[in-house]
Design a protein around this ligand. Structure first.
Ligand code: FES
Ligand code: FE2
Length: 390
């Protein structure tokens, strides 16, 4: 039936592009209203500078000797050398080409071969950079930065566990949409059995807009309701089963998961979590976590395994990996295409939250495109938390 004239397109040609986050587009302006997770704190140690690419733009991320992380422009304003090749001195970064040195505030503080007074005329672009729960955030917008942190730490005892960063070859929005799609777990994660508890029946999904994003409910036959928080514009806060390689140790963590666009066809999965353990249980968790890290190092790269599944070399149901749920999720989500063609979908009842979020996105992007006042998003409160609901 697909492709016949009777099938209605979900998208008209004049519609705003909800998938792009390129600078200057409505989607790019929308995303740049918020703090963006750019990496995890352990990505960059003191005294190191690294290149990062976020929403189609290149930047330098470095950590000063005081421990402060800073994002600045990718290229030196002198003659364009890459700043990440440079030396970190105190909390400043010196370009390796001719030694111009820039502080965290973007001021040029040294120009060894130039005349006195010239450095006052030069600066480099810098972006507000902060850290929260083991994640580095940056604000790429114009105007005043929003309140920080962008989301609260989950209340109660436990330890913060930051996951490895995964680079996923597809648009961020189809990954964010996947988190609104609770039905997929009964199918996508059936092999390996990690999500069996969530798969006893299929929930009825409903969602409502809040002043900080989207609240989603998954109602079970038992009457139990699973609550999942989708913070605007690209973060999910949810309780999930432990990864295969954790063997159940630490129980179900509460994860706060950012889908950061690298460009329109790639995104980063940046995940921090609260694990409800303390005392002996915490020690046991950390030992298992270290064992998982070791196992991961000895295992095939997640994307290599995904490509083998895509090519048919390995049957989906036969794949094994300590991060199996991640492999499964990437296989289906990036398997939809680098940028999913949403004009060819048949959305159903189970897609209710995706429909709700797209409606919000289209509304906001259209207002931005028209130069109209748009929603001012609130920082999520700390008294609204996810519930497992099974
Ligand atoms: S290009 Fe950086 S100092 Fe010359
Ligand atoms: Fe999943």
């Amino acid at each position: 039936m697909a492709g016949t004239a009777s099938v209605q397109s979900n998208r008209s040609s004049t519609e705003v592009d909800i998938a792009t986050t390129m600078k200057g587009t409505p989607g790019g302006i929308f995303m740049r209203q918020f703090w963006t997770a750019v990496g995890v704190s352990t990505d960059v140690e003191k005294g190191r500078a690294k290149p990062i690419r976020i929403m189609g733009e290149d930047y330098t991320l470095y950590r000063g000797h005081s421990g402060r992380a800073q994002v600045m422009a990718s290229r030196c304003p002198h003659r364009g050398a890459p700043m990440h090749l440079g030396w970190v001195e105190e909390d400043a970064l010196r370009c390796v080409y001719h030694g111009w040195k820039f502080g965290c505030d973007g001021a040029c503080v040294d120009q060894p071969a130039e005349e006195a007074g010239y450095k006052e005329k030069v600066g480099i672009e810098v972006y507000p950079t902060r850290e929260h729960l083991g994640v580095i955030f940056c604000f790429f917008g114009t105007g005043a930065e929003p309140a920080f942190p962008p989301f609260p730490e989950p209340a109660g005892e436990g330890l913060i566990d930051v996951w490895p960063v995964y680079k996923v070859p597809c648009n961020y929005l189809q990954c964010f949409e996947n988190t609104m799609d609770e039905v997929h777990v009964a199918f996508t994660h059936a092999p390996g059995g990690s999500h069996a508890k969530l798969s006893a029946d299929l929930p009825i999904i409903t969602a409502e807009e809040t002043d900080w994003g989207l609240m989603r409910y998954g109602r079970r036959k038992t009457g139990n309701v699973r609550h999942t928080l989708h913070y605007a514009p690209n973060i999910v806060r949810v309780i999930v089963p432990p990864l295969a390689g954790m063997n159940g140790v630490g129980g179900w963590p509460e994860i706060i998961f950012s889908f950061t666009p690298v460009d329109d066809e790639n995104c980063l999965w940046i995940i921090t979590s609260k694990v409800r353990v303390s005392g002996d249980e915490a020690a046991k968790f950390l030992a298992q976590r270290a064992a998982l890290d070791e196992l991961r190092d000895q295992s095939p790269d997640v994307m290599d395994l995904v490509r083998d599944i895509w090519s048919g070399k390995i049957a989906y149901a036969d794949a094994t990996h300590p991060d199996l749920a991640v492999v499964q999720d990437i296989a289906v989500q990036a398997g939809q295409g680098a940028i999913e063609d949403r004009s060819n979908e048949f959305l159903g009842r189970s897609d209710a939250a995706i429909v709700a979020w797209r409606r919000i996105l289209r509304r906001e992007l259209k207002l931005i495109a028209e130069g109209q006042p748009h929603k001012i998003w609130a920082t999520p409160p700390d008294n609204v938390a996810p519930a497992l609901g099974v």
